[in-house]
Design a protein around this ligand. Structure first.
Ligand SMILES: NC(=[NH2+])NCCC[C@H]1O[C@@H](n2cnc3c(N)ncnc32)[C@H](O)[C@@H]1O
Length: 454
């Protein structure tokens, strides 16, 4: 019996289905079937995922629940497919199925054997000039490292230096040009290294600077070093987790009493307004061209406010109060295992009323002097310093909160490294807003996790 809506089912199916009804499973019926085109018989079974529940009508249709994985044996028409679920076989409405979920699952399988460090993509990106141009064009960043070398030039005499992740070799060239170290090992894993070698030669530094192509964790040095210098900081300080490579190299190659540049790193946080960003991404839908597009606002929140916004330039006036250092990393004692989960507390007393749209984060690194008592050099990527290519990182709340002078915002920030994708992390913020007025004391609590990026 084939229910009426299948009148368009080709004869092949009628035969096949009847065979099935006669107790032969799909597999066995193969030998009895002379189908018009063999490959339909041989087509590999495809996995599909049910988008929603479906209750089959008539005995020839399958019922299934959302999320079920159906094995589609063939597709006699675009509307109805012949599929199997938990040993049952029958017709299913094709529009209720989605392969990309199954494909995504397969993809997931594939990704599993993808490198958790994504080094091909990562070092591939650094094999091109774009990122190096961005970094070299960042005067605050590059001048800070130049200042470190310049202000320590006397102490660098006859020292052995490793420049970890040297890129185009700028820091190594500063060492050779502004000081007289005995040796600088410029280590670079990307294909940029071969050009870095040319730059070292082009600038007459090959007597001092040796370019080693390879990952810092794997290269062999002829000796331990007095100074480990590296520009490893990522967005929100840790993204990319290049810092792990720095710590591994420190443990392997830094002499007892050797110097880490940067010596320490601090993550700073502030509750902030983000009126223009909010207007651009959320308020926009209130009345575009006089129409009401507010039903799109949940989508906008999901699409624009779920992940942190990199390269956000916060104005000092957007800070609702004095920023607070929430994490301080000592590059001499920090361990790789510490990177899995780093937590910081904060407590802000609001000095002015405004709209609390979210939190902004940035970092500062310090380079201690090689001479005891010498001046420390600071690279501050915050809103009161010259902008850098990192700018700042904005974490938008799901919805803004009006706050008033005298209110306080306290809570904590948690950076949890992704246990699979080793260059990624999730930043979770917990906060409570305490408003005190004559009549009442109210507390609003909130929490939000921001994947960066997985
Ligand atoms: N501040 C950052 N977020 N990135 C800027 C520095 C990154 C540079 O270091 C190189 N690099 C990164 N990790 C490594 C490593 N483990 N070994 C060698 N070179 C590396 C990378 O190829 C690039 O040239």
């Amino acid at each position: 019996y084939i229910s009426s809506e299948f009148t368009d089912a080709p004869s092949y199916f009628v035969k096949r289905f009847n065979l099935f009804l006669s107790g032969k499973t799909a597999g066995e019926s193969k030998s009895d079937m002379q189908t018009e085109n063999e490959e339909e018989e041989d087509a590999s079974v495809e996995e599909y995922v049910a988008l929603t529940n479906y209750t089959g009508s008539g005995s020839d249709q399958l019922s299934f629940s959302s999320g079920d994985t159906l094995l589609v044996h063939s597709k006699p028409s675009s509307e109805w497919w012949w599929a199997e679920l938990k040993g049952d076989i029958g017709y299913v409405p094709a529009s209720y199925l989605r392969q990309d979920a199954a494909a995504a699952a397969a993809e997931e399988e594939e990704e599993e054997d993808e490198d958790p460090w994504q080094d091909e993509e990562y070092f591939g990106s650094y094999g091109k000039l774009r990122l190096h141009l961005e970094m070299l064009s960042d005067k605050s960043r590059t001048e800070a490292y130049r200042q470190v070398i310049l202000s320590n030039s006397a102490s660098l005499r006859n020292k052995v230096v490793i420049d970890l992740g040297c890129g185009t070799g700028i820091i190594s060239l500063f060492c050779a040009q502004l000081a007289q170290p005995s040796e600088v090992f410029a280590v670079e894993a990307s294909s940029m290294a071969e050009y870095t070698r040319q730059l070292v030669k082009q600038n007459g530094c090959e007597a001092v600077v040796t370019v080693l192509q390879g990952r810092a964790e794997e290269i062999e040095l002829p000796e331990r070093v007095d100074v480990l210098v590296s520009e490893w900081m990522g967005n929100c300080l840790l993204f990319e987790f290049m810092v792990e490579s720095v710590l591994v190299a420190r443990d392997r190659w830094l002499k007892e009493g050797g110097v880490m540049w940067p010596s320490s790193a601090t993550l700073t946080l502030v509750p902030c307004q983000a009126n223009s960003y909010y207007a651009e991404k959320m308020a926009f839908w209130e009345q575009p061209y006089g129409l009401d597009f507010t039903p799109l606002q949940p989508l906008a929140q999901q699409e624009f406010f779920t992940k942190p916004k990199f390269s956000h330039l916060i104005e000092p006036d957007d800070c609702l109060t004095t920023p607070c250092d929430v994490l301080c990393l000592d590059m001499y004692t920090l361990q790789v295992k510490d990177l899995e989960e780093i937590k910081g507390q904060f407590h802000f007393c609001l000095e002015k009323s405004g709209v609390f749209h979210g939190f902004t984060a940035w970092f500062t690194v310090h380079f201690e002097s090689l001479e005891t008592g010498g001046a420390t050099v600071e690279l501050n990527t915050g809103p009161n310093s010259e902008p850098t290519h990192w700018k700042q990182t904005l974490f938008m709340l799901d919805r803004p909160v009006s706050v008033f002078a005298g209110d306080s915002i306290s809570g904590n920030i948690l950076l949890r490294r992704n246990s699979v994708w080793r260059r990624h992390m999730t930043v979770t913020l917990h906060w409570s807003i305490n408003s005190s007025t004559e009549e009442t004391d109210t507390t609003q609590v909130g929490t939000k996790s921001f994947p960066m990026w997985r």
